[in-house]
Design a protein around this ligand. Structure first.
Ligand SMILES: [Ca+2]
Ligand SMILES: [Ca+2]
Ligand SMILES: [Ca+2]
Length: 261
C-alpha cells in the first residue's frame, strides 16, 4: 500500500511519516535548515526572493513500507514542483524566473515561447536571460561552478538517511539549455554536478543522468544522486548550469528501479 505524506513547508511543519515504527512523527522546524544554508546564500547571491503568494510551497513524500525488509529498506520518493521553492537566489546576470499565465515576458532575451501546456501545477522556472543560444555566441552563460549560479532552494524532510537519486523534469529546447546542478544543504557533491537532459526539442523529459556518465555525453540514469547522512530537515538545491534551462518538477528517490512517468 502506498502511503502519501505531505510536508507543510511554511514555518513549522508537520511530517506525517509512515516510518517502520508506525508512529506519526511530528514537528521539525525549518529553522535549522535555514541556518545551515546561510553561508552559501551569503557567498552566492546578489539578490534573494521568496515565492509569490499564489504559489504553493508543498512537497510530498510517497513511501511503500510493505516492501521493506532488513536488507531492503523502505523506498521513498520525495517530490515537489520547481516553482514551490522557499528561496530563489539570483546573480547579477541571471535569475530563476517564474513562468505561469501571469508572466509578462519581461526578462529578455528569451527566444522561445512558453511551455505551460504540459507543465505540472501550471507553472515552471526558467533560468533567464537566455543569452547563450549558439556555440558561436560567446556572450552567454554556462556555469561550471554551482556556487556562482542562480539557485532555488527547497525545504525537504528526509524520512531516512541514504543515497537519493535525483530526477528533474525539464523542457529541452536545445543543446545550450539542457543541464543543471543539484546539491544538498550547503554541499555540492561531485555526484550532483551536471545533470544532463537529451538534446531534443519540444518536450518535457525526466532525467537523472550525469553528463558523460557511462561513456555517453547525455549520460545514463541514476548517476546524479545525493548521499544524505541524517533523517529530518534538509535543503535540496537546484542551480543553473546553462541559461534557458526550464524546470517543472523534481523527485528524490532511494529506489534504483524508480522511473518517473
Ligand atoms: Ca526559453
Ligand atoms: Ca542557453
Ligand atoms: Ca511545475
Amino acid at each position: 500500500m502506498i502511503l502519501f505524506i505531505r510536508i507543510l513547508l511554511a514555518g513549522t511543519f508537520l511530517c506525517l511519516c509512515g516510518c517502520s515504527d508506525g508512529v506519526l512523527h511530528a514537528a521539525q522546524s525549518a529553522q535549522d535548515t535555514n541556518d545551515s544554508s546561510s553561508a552559501i546564500i551569503d557567498s552566492a547571491t546578489e539578490t534573494e526572493s521568496t515565492p509569490p503568494t499564489d504559489v504553493s510551497t508543498e512537497t510530498e513524500t510517497q513511501t511503500d513500507p510493505d516492501t521493506a525488509t532488513d536488507s531492503d529498506p523502505t523506498l521513498y520518493q520525495i517530490m515537489g514542483e520547481a516553482e514551490a521553492f522557499f528561496e530563489s537566489i539570483s546573480t547579477n546576470s541571471h535569475q530563476w524566473v517564474l513562468i505561469n499565465d501571469q508572466y509578462d515576458g519581461s526578462v529578455v532575451p528569451d527566444a522561445d515561447t512558453d511551455h505551460l501546456a504540459d507543465a505540472g501545477g501550471g507553472a515552471y522556472l526558467e533560468a533567464l536571460p537566455d543569452n547563450h543560444t549558439s556555440d558561436a555566441d560567446t556572450a552567454g552563460s554556462s556555469t561550471v561552478n554551482p556556487t556562482n549560479a542562480p539557485q532555488v532552494r527547497y525545504n525537504i524532510s528526509v524520512p531516512a538517511p541514504g543515497r537519493y537519486y535525483v530526477w528533474v523534469r525539464a523542457y529541452t529546447s536545445g543543446g545550450l539549455d539542457n543541464s543543471l546542478h543539484v546539491g544538498i544543504d550547503s554541499d555540492w557533491p561531485e555526484s550532483g554536478i551536471a545533470l544532463q537532459f537529451p538534446n531534443t526539442s519540444g518536450t518535457w523529459v525526466w532525467s537523472s543522468n550525469q553528463r558523460n556518465s557511462g561513456g555517453i555525453v547525455y549520460g545514463i540514469p541514476n548517476t546524479i544522486y545525493l548521499d544524505i547522512e541524517t533523517a529530518g530537515a534538509h535543503s535540496f538545491i537546484i542551480a543553473m548550469r546553462e541559461d534557458g534551462a526550464e524546470i517543472d518538477r523534481w523527485i528524490l528517490s532511494n529506489d534504483l528501479e524508480f522511473r518517473p512517468e
